[in-house]
Design a protein around this ligand. Sequence first.
Ligand code: BYC
Length: 312
Amino acid sequence: MDLLKLQESFDAKIEKGDCIEPKDWMPDDYRKTLIRQISQHAHSEIVGMLPEGNWITRAPSLRRKMVLLAKVQDEGGHGLYLYSAAETMGISRDEMIEQLHSGKAKYSSIFNYPTLTWADIGAIGWLVDGAAIMNQVMLQRTSYGPYARAMVRICKEESFHQRQGYEIMSVLAAGTHEQKAMAQDALNRWWWPSLMMFGPPDADSPHTAQSVRWKIKRETNDELRNKFVDRTVPQAEFIGLKVPDKDLKWNEAKQGYDWGKINWDEFYNVIKGNGPCNKERLEARRKAHENGAWVREAAAAYAAKQQQKAAA
Ligand code: BYC
């Protein structure tokens, strides 16, 4: 088929809402956009294990420790599904890891902030996983088949993560004065970075318009951010915490909240590598990769041996 026909058939599938599958022809830029987004998503899951992993040894009870362990392990699993989905587009796992370690590929800005207290684990589950779900629910209908299918399973697990975080915050908010103050402090520190997770405003987002045309994104950064605010503010009120935004106000006409300005300088600074924990996070990932080299070598040697046996 000539290029024009291939493009027409691709456009028709997108228009109809059919999934594009790995063996289908696709424009180079569609492939590049997806490799960029899926690999960044995978890196976010893996780097996201670090701030939470920091509290596994200090969880306040055995129950909390088991739940946190399970959650962090889920994030590792999400990273693996997503790396596999990206590999179907013709990039190798090694290349993706190299791009993360060299700083060429991004991961979510949110994971460059420190987890200072136990309440931060609650705030991450409630706000960070809450924001992630808001974004990921639409990705279950993204136009690339393997990505959409990975997201279905991920979303199920993320909704458990969000609930465990909200439960931690509810218990702290109903606790002693110090516990409530700790929960409020965590909300104060995580609120604005959580809103930044959705990416720059639509007007400044270089990729959104094309990604929406390709149905990679089904909703824009601003649409999702607004939905998140509308859903989360009543949850904060319900447990007696205050969202740290003096401009936050219900707008009856639009049936949604008006809210204050995001510090976009802070966001761009963090994604350029200058957030509070960027260096620490990358260093930890590089070290983990080096320390795991013997496992990869052993697995490859075992696979080679099995192949030899099968061929004999
Ligand atoms: N952080 O044109 P835009 C989780 C970059 S983790 C860093 O709007 P796009 C979890 C963007 O990459 C969930 N960079 O881009 C794990 C682009 O730079 P490049 C993570 C950001 O791609 C553990 C530039 O800014 N979720 O669930 O159309 C524990 C312009 O942006 C960010 C995903 O990754 C950011 N926040 O839209 C707990 C979801 N925002 O690439 C929880 C999948 C923007 O041109 N990703 N940038 O150098 C997406 O949906 C989209 O990629 C984004 C950005 C909405 C993030």
